[in-house]
Design a binder for this molecule. Sequence first.
Ligand code: FE2
Length: 230
Amino acid sequence: MRSLVGPSSSTPSSGISRSPCGGCSPRRRPLPGRGRCWARAEWNADFGGEQWSLGRAFYTHLETERAREYFREAAASDAIVERVLPGMQARVRGLLASFVAGRVVPRPGWCGPGVHVFLPEGEVAEHGGVVHQDHEGLTRAQLSRGARALSLVLMLAPPQSGGGLRLFAAKSEEEADEEESVVVEYGQGDLVVFDSYRVHQIEPFAGDAPRVSVTLHSVEVSEGVWESWF
Ligand SMILES: [Fe+2]
């Protein structure tokens, strides 16, 4: 486990998109370069297919004005994640609980940890992700009191090269300067935990394999008790 908790601060019916599959079963369709499909039939398309996810991610819904859909479908989203990856959500909360030496509970009504997928030759692969902080899920009160917040990324399948996490020293997205940053490279199974306020960005990546990772966001709501969501 690698941890990066920085002193300064930080991605249709049931709403499930079906990927284009050319007539073959999307469940069986392997991804380029990999002999597995990561349950592609259950993925959600975010930002017009720039990103995909298993389970609903709050920030993607917020930024595309689908927050109501996120909350309406939260239970269904968690059920899908549990069916595809049995026990994953509880285990990931458990990992974070070990890290903070506290309790990590699901935030009521929100989705639990889920999986982000970035495809080869997509926008993020070509140009890297947006420079950002993970503060979308924090309430005004939590933001104003500077509540401790952590983001967790568990790399299930790194791309063939690149795709690391760039962490900036800057206090704001506008001030992010590559010369004052570090890149954390992921191997398969690596867990990275970082301060959600810390400015960060996914690095561009190459190869014909997707970048597949689990993400969990969290905030300390009382001493030793952390609420978590995707
Ligand atoms: Fe992020």
